[in-house]
Design a protein around this ligand. Structure first.
Ligand SMILES: [Zn+2]
Length: 470
């Protein structure tokens, strides 16, 4: 009996990541348990509005988490509620960050009952098993036949790809093992703070993401200059620049780039009568603030460039121009003050796709005013308000927010080069640079076109590899 794969999410799209690997004896392991976002759903009907776990859990003995983005971990509370009692294996950094993400997810989507949230977090903390990178670990207590190892994936802090080493059941060649790699989300070069991922040595099967399977990232190296130019353009209208951003990863990347701009151009004008050193950067998100603190606590995981800045006395994520807004009353006051005064400022707030969170209040107050600008620097999934603003905003269209129509007069911009995902070349290299080619590559976590294009290229380059699009 071979190993069997079931992909419960991130099959027809890029959210709701949840993959199940069943061993020949029927016991199984889950890799990620994420939330669906936007219009995406799973084949069993789970979606942004249907959160329960739609498959049997009695044989699931362990959950391995590749990284703490909500589309990879958001359904963990539902897994726990469904009675899952096994280990939640993740990297040491993810172990620190995961409770923050789950706490926020519960507050936003489930309950304001602090005691209930506390109980869920206590259960979660008991089940988390932190694992250092590059260490083999027996995944299921008492089942020595299944080991896992995590390696840095370069996507967000703590992100990992997983190597699973499984001993096949009796009946096959005695002692025969199979190595399976789950890529999780793979990062790209030039991601602030994080070293780029290195390909695994060998595997029998690789389950790989394919978000950018049909595209190469352009201008990653020049994105800081373009960010600067866009900020200066926005400030030229005496308005606020709104940047919808994931609290986790993207917010810290933006802060890192803004610190570099301010460091280099402190005395130079960012707008008429205002030097870069005087620019206000407002991070309006309690989760982003907690996360930035988590990133700061995990400095030992930063890349060389970031550590060099620290050694030079700089604070790449917590520089003096940054104001962090925690409580809701201050948030509302800030929205009102900026909408009225049109004082040049940069506001970074979640959610990255404008489907909820504090950015929505800013958009409602400012989209109708041409002095302001909105900057997208992340993927906008189909069906999200972010996608609608990005598509219809530049043509003077409108967007529906909380059931009301808002005309868009603010400037709408999209800045590429910020993706935390590997591009086509990065994905091809992940397979191409393996010392021993896999027998099979299974492409998940990508739109149809991305998966098809990447599958074609992989088949061309590696005729011996069976490329499967589940
Ligand atoms: Zn991710």
């Amino acid at each position: 009996m071979p190993l069997t794969f079931t992909h419960h999410g991130a099959v027809d799209g890029v959210t709701g990541s949840c993959h199940q690997l069943a061993l020949p004896d029927g016991q199984s392991v889950l890799i990620d348990c994420g939330l669906f976002q936007g219009a995406e759903t799973s084949s069993d009907g789970a979606g942004a509005d249907k959160l329960e776990i739609g498959f049997a859990l009695d044989k699931v003995r362990a959950l391995i988490v590749t990284h703490v983005h909500i589309d990879h971990v958001g359904r963990i509370p539902y897994l726990l509620a469904a009675g899952y009692k096994g280990p939640i294996v993740c990297s040491e950094a993810s172990a620190l960050l995961l409770p923050l993400v789950i706490e926020d997810a519960l507050e936003v989507g489930f309950t304001r009952d602090k005691a209930l949230i506390g109980r869920v977090l206590a259960v979660l903390r008991r089940q988390i098993v932190p694992l250092a990178y590059k260490q083999w670990h027996t995944v299921i207590a008492g089942v020595p036949g299944l080991r896992a190892r995590l390696s840095p994936a370069g996507h967000i802090l703590g992100s990992a790809y997983v190597e699973l080493d499984a001993k096949l059941a009796s009946g096959s060649v005695p002692g025969q093992r199979q190595r399976v790699v789950f890529s999780g989300d793979l990062g790209a070069p030039y991601t602030p703070l994080l070293p780029a991922p290195k390909a695994p040595m060998a595997a029998d099967v690789v389950v790989m993401e394919s978000t950018y399977g049909d595209r190469n990232h352009e201008a990653r190296k020049t994105r800081r200059q373009r960010l600067q130019a866009l900020c200066e353009h926005a400030f030229g209208n005496r308005g606020t620049l709104l940047v919808p951003a994931f609290s986790i990863g993207r917010t810290q990347e933006l802060l890192y780039e803004l610190e570099e701009i301010i460091h280099r151009h402190r005395q130079r004008p960012a707008a008429a009568g205002m030097a870069w050193g005087e620019v206000d950067v407002i991070v309006d998100s309690p989760l982003a603030a907690d996360f930035t603190a988590g990133y700061a606590q995990l400095k030992s995981h930063w890349d060389r460039e970031a550590r060099r800045k620290l050694a030079a006395g700089r604070h790449p994520l917590a520089f003096e121009q940054v104001t962090t807004i925690g409580d809701h009353a201050t948030h509302l006051r800030t929205v009102e003050a900026l909408a009225r005064s049109a004082r040049p400022a940069i506001v970074i707030a979640a959610s990255g796709m404008c489907s909820g969170g504090r950015i929505v209040n800013y958009l409602k107050a400012m989209l109708g005013d041409a002095r302001h600008d909105v900057l997208f620097c992340g993927y906008q999934a189909a069906g999200t308000p972010g996608r609608a603003i990005q598509t219809y905003g530049p043509r003077g269209g409108y967007v529906d927010l909380d059931g009301k129509r808002f005309d868009i007069r603010a400037g709408i911009h999209t800045l590429g080069g910020f993706s935390a995902h590997a591009d086509q070349k990065g994905l091809l290299d992940f397979i191409g640079r393996m010392r021993t080619q896999p027998r099979q590559v299974r492409l998940v976590h990508g739109d149809d076109a991305a998966k098809r294009t990447l599958a074609g290229l992989l088949r061309q380059r590696h005729p011996g590899v069976d490329v499967v699009v589940p």
